[in-house]
Ligand binder design. Structure first.
Ligand code: GDP
Ligand code: MN
Length: 388
């Protein structure tokens, strides 16, 4: 899950990282009021899920509240092309902040490193620009430090990284504290990326987060209720938002009709292929994971059925640590508590498949032996239901 800059900055502030004074606006009038409250030159920044906003024309400076209102009137509702996201995005919300007297722009980030299987701290004095470009053209300008997960980001490791990046002593001391706050925020929010670019060194020598990019591990959203509650943006699919809230791995697919529920990402993808081969179109990807309990099976069925395009549901379960009887119980609970109007085809195999089949014997589902058969059945039943 991606956070907007203003959301990420609120998190940073909670962890003691200095951010500019400011507030968000969705109308030109609000923008004028905020600029007037700030009482100085302000920067207006479109809140979209992309970097490179400066180049896209979504970051502007206003010298007066009047000018802030004019810029806001021009930007709000406007669709701009963001090369970094490779997409046209509409600006609905602006973050207005005190414009910072920038002396230098620094890049700092914490993210996951595949090679070391650790979190890494990345620091570069070439901030403000695309870090991929810096990595490509000036790799020596980037300092990478692997973080020991038991020690966390220690003061000396942070200072070492800063010296390595070319910071002088006093500033390194100041920045080390900030980096520790950044790391605490990264860990505390289950982030996979926490980036400040630019970290601004002001004319007065203060350090302030000028921008923030934040990604949260979707698998951890269930234990981040405050962050999950932020995921109500208009870009987000409401069913996906609800699934995330429940901790269910669900991706909604456009234009599909066959709801798919399986265990294991590979099996779910194969099931999607089989549905296509049978002439159907998958409406979703839903992985109940390993060892799913009846309640999460029921909850998953509810999520899939909440998509009005779904004309049939296919359960494909290959039991290992996932037990067929537990899945069957979840399906039965779903049938009795949800208003199920579409055919449900179930293919169970592996651990406790027979027990599961016995439980489902009287239920209004269609049992299938193989994945191919199940896919053909659900597509045929969905077609039939649509015609009648
Ligand atoms: P991004 O392009 O989406 O990464 O948006 P940023 O928030 O990083 O802004 C892009 C650039 O605009 C920064 O690198 C700065 O050069 C400039 N900028 C942003 N905020 C300010 C500010 O408060 N004062 C000044 N002078 N420049 C700013
Ligand atoms: Mn930036």
């Amino acid at each position: 899950m991606k956070l907007f800059e203003y959301q990420a900055k609120k998190l940073l502030a909670k962890y003691g990282v200095p951010i500019p004074r400011g507030s968000v606006a969705t109308t030109p009038e609000q923008a004028e009021e905020i600029a007037s409250d700030l009482g100085q030159a302000v920067v207006l920044k479109g809140q979209v899920h992309s970097g490179g906003r400066g180049k896209a024309g979504a970051v502007k400076i206003a010298k007066s509240p009047e000018q802030a209102r004019q810029i806001a009137a021009d930007l709000i509702g406007k669709t701009l092309f963001f090369a970094q996201a490779g997409a046209h995005l509409r600006v609905d919300t602006l973050l207005l902040e005190e414009a910072l007297p920038i002396k230098q722009e620094i890049y700092v980030a914490i993210t996951q490193d595949r090679a070391s299987q650790r979190d890494v701290l990345i620091v570069s004095t070439m901030g403000g620009m695309d870090i991929e470009l810096v990595a490509h053209e000036n790799p020596e300008a980037i300092s990478k430090t692997v973080i020991d997960p038991l020690l966390g980001l220690t003061d000396y490791a942070a200072r070492d990284a800063l010296f390595d990046a070319g910071f002088e002593k006093t500033l390194a001391g100041k920045a080390a504290g900030l980096l520790k706050g950044l790391y605490a925020a990264y860990v505390g929010t289950d982030a996979t990326l926490a980036e400040i670019n630019p970290l601004v060194i002001t004319e007065e020598g203060a350090l302030i987060a000028g921008d923030a990019k934040w990604l949260i591990d979707d698998n951890a959203i269930f234990r981040q209720p405050e962050i999950a509650a932020l995921a109500t943006g208009e870009d987000d699919d409401p069913i996906e938002v609800e699934a995330r809230r429940r901790g269910i791995q669900y991706v909604r697919l456009e234009g599909g009709e066959i709801g798919i529920i399986g265990n294991g990402a590979g099996l779910v993808m194969t099931t999607m292929d089989e549905v296509k081969r049978a002439g159907g179109t998958p409406a979703d990807f839903l992985d109940i994971g390993g060892g799913a309990k009846a309640e999460s099976v029921r909850s998953s069925l509810e999520i899939v059925l909440s998509d009005p395009n779904v004309k049939g549901v296919l359960f494909n379960i290959f039991g290992g640590i996932t037990r067929g009887d537990e899945v069957a119980k979840g399906i039965i609970e779903g049938l009795s508590t949800l208003n199920v109007k579409v055919p449900i085809v179930v293919r169970l195999s592996g651990t406790r498949a027979e027990e599961g089949a016995a439980l489902l014997a009287g239920a209004s589902i269609v049992a299938a032996q193989t994945m191919q058969e199940a896919a053909q059945q659900v597509v045929a039943l969905a077609n039939k239901a649509r015609k009648s």
